[in-house]
Design a binder for this molecule. Structure first.
Ligand code: ZN
Length: 205
């Protein structure tokens, strides 16, 4: 079985309803690593439509969250509570802002990612990074570029965790192309769960 886990960070945003419509059209389930945005009501739609909701960050502010373990967990639990308030779901899946391998945190607190990756695991949480980057936060600026980056990344893998951001319209516009290609080529789309195979970067700090 070839599996693609589509994941969306930093939302919900204005494009999230459009994304949910596309996913619904093909009955594809995805995973949303959410923040505290101006559109919290869409978190309920995410859950009601059968997708996985997961903690990304309340503030997404590297200086704040990576200052110390205490600071990180203060932000984390506030976001977990915020999600629970809106959806009734208390997520135990999470993704570190910048990923577990981020280098930004090194300037804020030496060794913090090594500590945090251990702590969250000990607390029974599960963090996911990605092995396919759509590059929608980097060089890609059109839906076609995003779709090509994802398809090229997924092509030779049996198991892909794809990084996208649903706060970017052009990235959301790429999703239908990605789904069509995936279904035509024998892939199954799934939402991440506590039992999904691990996809974790090695900490660099
Ligand atoms: Zn992020």
């Amino acid at each position: 079985e070839k599996v693609i886990y589509l994941t969306f960070d930093d939302g919900p945003g204005v494009y999230t309803p459009k994304l949910l419509d596309v996913l619904g059209k093909y009955n594809v389930k995805a995973t949303f690593f959410v923040c505290k945005t101006a559109y919290p009501q869409y978190m309920k739609n995410i859950v009601d439509e059968g997708h996985s909701i997961a903690v990304h960050s309340l503030t997404h502010d590297y200086e704040t969250i990576y200052a110390s373990e205490e600071a990180f967990f203060e932000d984390f639990y506030a976001m977990q509570n915020f999600i629970e308030e809106y959806t009734g779901v208390k997520p135990t899946l999470m993704r570190f802002p910048g990923g577990a391998s981020n280098m930004v945190s090194k300037k804020v607190c030496e060794g913090i990612m090594t500590k945090l990756t251990q702590s969250v695991t000990e607390l029974g949480l599960r963090y996911f990074d990605w092995n396919v980057d759509s590059n929608d936060a980097g060089g890609a600026t059109t839906a076609t570029e995003v779709a090509m980056n994802v398809i090229n990344g997924v092509k030779n893998r049996k198991f892909s965790v794809v990084l996208q951001h649903d706060i970017k319209g052009f990235s959301v516009d790429a999703v239908e192309m990605i789904i069509k290609w995936g279904l035509e080529n024998g892939y199954t789309f799934k939402a991440l769960t506590m039992d999904s195979p691990a996809c974790q970067h090695k900490p660099n700090n």
